[in-house]
Design a protein around this ligand. Structure first.
Ligand code: ATP
Ligand code: FE
Length: 421
């Protein structure tokens, strides 16, 4: 099967075509970072206009890169929420137009489900790539043997050993693939611009919330601090802050880790954000060259404490699921903030200590993209979770366009998350 996925919930227009085996046949992404950097945040009306300007070209580019004609597709997947309704609308109308023109089923996708499920594509695909590389290596050995035919006849034992080593490598790659493949159930930390969720994922649409943020999401906090520090918000506030923090001393400022006495898996970043804002207002109200080191120290200290909070919550969540679901083998970390290398390193240590494997999609699949929507669509398509093709691209009078700007991923909460403070 071939699925085309469209993402337009916030400030990236993303389109991709994926196959059932998780191969990305073609993809295209138009980022609006430059537009919004000037305003210090996403301006919905400008975002909508940018999506409208980009969407047709993105769809064409993804199809062209894939070498696929729209009538060869099996379905069109599209993010219908959560996100900015002005933006969601652009993607949904385009998906509807494609689906109506080519009689294709539509697959409505939850943006956060797409962030989570792309980890399952990553593991399959990258393991497959590793196996293919090994196979090439093996063919290389065979060619070498043909070229050195005479010599090989003289030394049959040595050539056999070389071949044996190569097939061992293929075997090892296959085993690594099986090990890395993220199967249900798994533990999932979603960290992005609008969400901070710890989930037990037992299947498509089967999510139990272990924890969420009581105020801000981590990506939002990174963006806010980046702005207060006067950084250029490109490619995003979070990425800029991560880079800047490398210049600083993470122990320079004594910010305290949020909610340490609450034995839940919930998060809170508002207090830390305020503490950082006060420190900046007192010590470095203007960004200058002279206070660059101090600002880098603040960035590094913020990051250390913000991530210490993540670590503490993840350690608890791991404990919870290992007790109730001992078959869990993976900790998936996804969403835009999961592209942060410091966070990946810190969470690897937690997964290792618990005997779990940490899986983070490659950074370009952590931030918003079309691949994750196409893949979430593929997972739903394989379960028959599709909607019939719309009769027409136009939305008839009185017809309701299904957009869900606010759309909780699940209403199922783990009872342990209600532990009193
Ligand atoms: P949501 O997915 O919750 O709807 P979103 O789609 O706007 O929100 P994503 O695109 O998933 O968010 O992620 C963007 C967020 O990730 C931004 O807040 C950005 O600052 C943050 N981010 C990106 N790269 C990094 C990084 N290296 N370190 C920290 N944060 C980062
Ligand atoms: Fe996102």
């Amino acid at each position: 099967a071939l699925i085309l996925g469209i993402e337009s919930s916030c400030d990236d227009t993303g389109v991709a075509v994926v196959s059932a085996s998780g191969r990305v046949l073609g993809e295209s992404l138009a980022s609006q970072a430059d537009i919004h950097a000037a305003w210090g945040g996403v301006v919905p009306k400008l975002a909508q206009e940018a999506h409208e300007a980009a969407i047709d070209g993105c769809v064409e580019a993804a199809l062209a890169a894939a070498g696929v004609r729209p009538e060869q597709l099996d379905a069109v997947a599209v993010t219908i929420g959560p996100g900015l309704s002005l933006c969601l609308r652009v993607g949904v109308l385009k998906a509807r137009q494609l689906a109506a023109a080519h009689r294709l089923p539509l697959i409505p996708v939850h943006h956060m489900e797409a962030h989570a499920l792309v980890a399952r594509l990553g593991a399959t695909r990258f393991a497959a790539e590793a196996a293919a590389a090994e196979q090439q290596q093996q063919q290389g050995v065979q060619q070498q043997q043909q070229q050195q035919g005479v010599q090989a006849q003289q030394q049959p034992a040595a050539s056999t050993a070389a071949l044996g080593a190569a097939s061992d490598a293929v075997q090892a790659a296959a085993e690594a693939a099986a090990d890395a493949a993220v199967e249900f159930p798994f533990l999932c930390l979603l960290i992005s611009g609008g969400h901070n969720l710890l989930l037990l994922v037992e299947g498509i649409g089967q999510y139990t919330q272990l924890g969420t943020t009581l105020d801000d999401a981590l990506g939002e906090a990174y963006d806010k601090v980046a702005r207060l520090l006067g950084l250029e918000l490109k490619p995003s506030g979070g990425a800029a802050l991560e880079a800047f923090a490398r210049e600083g001393d993470p122990r320079a400022l004594p910010f305290s880790v949020p909610m340490q006495r609450r034995p839940t898996c919930d998060f809170s970043y508002a207090g830390l954000k305020t503490a950082v804002r006060l420190a900046i207002e007192e010590q470095a109200p203007e960004a200058t060259d002279a206070n660059r080191q101090l600002r880098a120290d603040i960035a590094a200290s913020f990051q250390r404490v913000a991530v210490a909070h993540l670590e503490e919550r993840c350690r608890r969540a791991v404990g919870w699921v290992q007790e109730s679901h001992p078959q869990v083998r993976h900790l998936v970390v996804a969403g835009g903030v999961a592209s942060n290398q410091y966070i990946r390193g810190r969470l690897t240590a937690i997964a290792d200590a618990a005997g779990l494997r940490l899986v983070c999609p490659p950074p370009r699949l952590c931030t918003d993209n079309g691949v994750m929507v196409a893949w979430a669509g593929m997972e739903r398509y394989q379960l028959g979770l599709v909607e019939p093709p719309p009769a027409s691209a136009q939305v008839a009078d009185g017809e309701w366009l299904d957009l869900r700007p606010r759309w909780p991923l699940t209403d199922r909460k783990d009872p342990r998350s209600f532990t009193a403070p």
